[in-house]
Write a protein that binds this ligand. Structure first.
Ligand code: PLP
Length: 411
């Protein structure tokens, strides 16, 4: 008998979009070798690690080279020196109390948002906003929670919550009850944010329906406006219903270095077949200690330098740099008469395609006429059709150049 595969993997569709983008860009570049293509599609940062971070990183690497300061396996949940800083700087100033064993250090919010579904039963109904960061969907497809994709581009057993200009990108409560709800704010891909009242609607829903919210706050550092919650725990009752994911990727440039964390409050409960409650914090701890051996010591030292005064200053500078790009993009596209969303509390700008163009037609127009690469909105879900995402993560020079070229488009 031959080895059987996990056939749920065969149900996945969404990688197609990114290979299709690469193919189209490569083809265009081959046919037009002189075209200077500016990539504004990817969500990776471009500015280097802060100096304060690199200094501590190097010191910690040196420690690893000496007998008396070498460290082997660390705690799977992360070192207290980093967890202390996270609680002190990211939560206490907002009136949120956390204990150290509610914070789990990891090598990425992508891994954590993908892995978290393992601690939940397969029979749970999962809701995602549409468009959505694809990891939430695909990790549930792999687990067998979604069933196949229908002709409408939606997985049959997944609940999609459309976020479009019709509802001003504010997700509406589902008609039927759902168990697990993925929310990402500030949002990738739409770049929009929820204010406290809007997020409270979801926390209240979760309390009433015994649901759990999986709240991805990877872009928290980009929040500029008052009344936009930085953490879901700013909302009353959220400790009983929400897990929060944070990352050092987008604020401090750790996309290649890898460090993030997940907060699982002790109040959170899931239930077994007999209706007995179980601590989700215990389950996640069990999962992590079984399958994960911690983030390396030098990287955790480097991440703790993010909270030093110098680190904070440098991070602020980088975030301002990207947000200046975002405002340049917003202003230029607005002048061009395009309808744009996001880019105020996030580094993503979500553009409504002009006229009757679909996402791919607008993508092709930008590539062919302006040599600018965006991401077709339809790649993030059916409700992303008719939109395109640009990111503010390129250099200021490239961003200005891209906007200059786009200003000459006849649309
Ligand atoms: N969550 C969202 C919404 C993202 O857009 C991304 C990266 O693009 C991540 C998580 C990944 O974060 P990390 O680099 O910590 O894995």
């Amino acid at each position: 008998m031959a080895v059987k595969i996990n056939e749920n993997y065969l149900l996945m569709k969404s990688n197609y979009i990114f290979s299709e983008i690469n193919q189209r860009v490569d083809r265009y570049q081959n046919e037009n070798p002189d075209a200077d293509i500016i990539r504004m599609g990817i969500g990776d940062v471009t500015r280097p690690l802060p100096r304060a971070v690199v200094e501590k990183f190097k010191e910690a690497v040196d420690e690893m080279s000496k007998n008396d300061s070498f460290r082997g396996y660390g705690p799977e949940q992360g070192y207290d020196f980093l967890i202390d800083e996270i609680i002190k700087h990211d939560y206490e100033p907002r009136g949120i109390k956390l204990s150290n064993d509610e914070v789990f250090i990891s090598d990425g919010a992508k891994c954590d948002t993908g892995n978290i579904q393992e601690i939940f039963g397969l029979e749970n109904t999962v809701a995602v906003t549409d468009p959505v960061y694809p990891v939430y969907v695909d990790s549930n497809v792999m687990a067998g929670r979604t069933g196949p994709m229908g002709d409408d581009g939606r997985y049959q057993n997944l609940v999609y919550i459309p976020c479009t200009e019709d509802n001003e990108f504010v997700p509406e409560l589902p008609e039927s009850s759902v168990d697990l709800i993925y929310l990402c704010y500030p949002n990738n891909p739409t770049g929009t944010a929820l204010n406290k009242e809007q997020l409270a609607v979801w926390v209240d829903y979760a309390i009433e329906n015994n649901s759990i919210i999986l709240f991805d706050a990877a872009y928290e550092a980009y929040i500029r406006e008052e009344n936009i919650p930085h953490s879901i725990y700013e909302i009353r009752g959220a400790r009983e219903v929400a897990i929060e994911f944070r990352s050092f990727s987008k604020n401090a440039g750790f996309t290649g270095t890898r460090c993030a964390y997940t907060v699982v409050p002790k109040e959170l409960k899931g239930f077994d077949e007999e209706g007995r409650p179980h601590s989700l914090n215990n389950l996640w701890n069990r999962r992590q200690t079984t399958k994960f051996n911690g983030v390396s010591y030098p990287i955790q030292v480097a991440a703790s330098a993010v909270f030093s005064p110098e680190g904070q200053e440098e991070i602020q500078e980088s975030v301002e740099y990207y947000m200046k790009n975002a405002s340049i993009i917003r202003e230029s596209l607005d002048n061009l008469g395009l309808k744009i969303y996001g880019g105020v509390n996030s580094p993503y700008i979500w553009i409504k395609t002009p006229g009757e163009m679909d996402s791919w037609q607008f993508f092709d127009l930008l590539l062919n006429e302006a040599h600018v690469v965006g991401t077709p909105g339809v790649g993030f879900g059916p409700s992303g059709e008719g939109y395109l995402r640009l990111t503010a993560f390129n250099t200021l020079e490239n961003t200005k150049e891209a906007m200059e070229r786009m200003s000459k488009l006849s649309i």
